[in-house]
Design a protein around this ligand. Structure first.
Ligand code: ADP
Ligand code: MG
Length: 301
């Protein structure tokens, strides 16, 4: 097969591993920087150009689109879909999962376990917003944050009010969430491929830190997950419409709750913690499923 990997940096661990796994299996792989792609969207014959070349003949495209380039990255991916190239994850599914508000609304509609969550832009009654999610302590998040940045724990009602007011002053969309204290600063990353959790790890925040993000100093370890956690992760992936993703769960007193669904899960942490060849499994899944025009939307969404 001829495979395009949409990635800004060929030296990233995940990109390198995917290239390696694809080449090992005899495929031709091209790493393409989405921001350098330009597209012809006016004609009936959609094209993507890159460094003066018309990108043709691809059987599959593996998007590894960073949060900061979601807008343009999903547009390039959509163009590939219009050209009937099989996308490992569809542009619409990536957009769904990137928007925390949209993602949580969709997950709640399917009845998946979630922390009690409120959304606001400019509430006139901050008091009521805090009451709505059960009062302090609570977690306040910027809608567009990643890697734990923009996630704040407010221990008291007073602290919650000032953080909410500060975020409101920035004209940011905010998410206010019940604090799952019993998670103990840990979360579970489930790596889903197709309809299976193929690997899982526990990430534990460093001492005194409630955020488990590796970027915030957390560490990763192998973990056995329960059947309920397994099915929650698979249902979350299916709800987003993602073939490959990382589903983050917290262990709460009322069962597993979904934190977020990541459409470009990093491979380094999970391959390191589990010793599994996740990149190989992703290429294997692509081989089995890549058929011309096999997308739900074909760029229509
Ligand atoms: P980001 O997209 O920046 O990773 P998350 O929503 O995943 O933001 O939050 C980062 C981390 O903070 C989570 O992995 C989790 O460990 C912790 N966290 C977030 N929300 C809560 C919550 N409601 N209760 C307990 N811990 C939380
Ligand atoms: Mg996270």
């Amino acid at each position: 097969m001829k495979i395009a990997i949409l990635s800004r940096n060929p030296n990233l661990y995940s990109t390198r591993r995917l290239v390696e796994a694809a080449e090992e299996r005899g495929h031709e792989v091209h790493v393409i920087d989405v921001l350098r792609c330009y597209m012809n969207i006016t004609s009936m014959k959609p094209e993507v150009h890159y460094k003066g070349q018309n990108l043709t003949g691809f059987d599959a495209v593996i998007p590894r689109i960073g949060a900061s380039v979601t807008f343009y990255g999903t547009a390039v991916l959509r163009q590939f879909e219009m050209m009937h190239v099989y996308p490992l994850n569809e542009s619409v599914a990536i957009s769904r999962s990137r928007d925390k508000l949209r993602a949580l609304q969709l997950l709640s509609r399917k009845g998946l376990g979630l922390p009690v969550t409120g959304f606001a832009h400019r509430p006139d009654d901050v008091d009521d917003l805090i009451k709505m999610v059960g009062g302090a302590p609570l977690v306040i998040k910027l809608l567009e944050g990643t890697q734990g940045i923009g996630v704040v724990l407010a221990e008291t009602k007073g602290a919650a009010e000032s953080v909410i007011e500060a975020f409101m002053g920035m004209k940011a969309n905010i998410l206010v969430q019940e604090f799952i204290k019993e998670a103990g600063g840990a979360d579970i990353r489930c790596l889903v491929i197709g309809d299976k959790v193929v690997a899982a790890m526990k990430r534990q925040g460093k001492e005194g830190e409630f955020r488990s993000n590796i970027h915030r100093g957390g560490s990763a370890n192998l973990i056995r997950i329960t059947p309920e956690e397994r099915s929650t992760a698979v249902r979350a992936a299916r709800t987003m419409g993602l073939n490959v993703c990382g589903v983050d769960l917290l262990r709460s007193n009322h069962g597993p709750v979904v934190m977020e669904v990541n459409s470009s899960p990093g491979l380094q942490g999970i391959e390191g913690a589990t010793g599994k060849d996740i990149a190989g499994m992703i290429i294997g899944f692509t081989e089995k499923n890549a058929k011309s025009g096999k997308t739900q939307t074909r760029g229509r969404g």
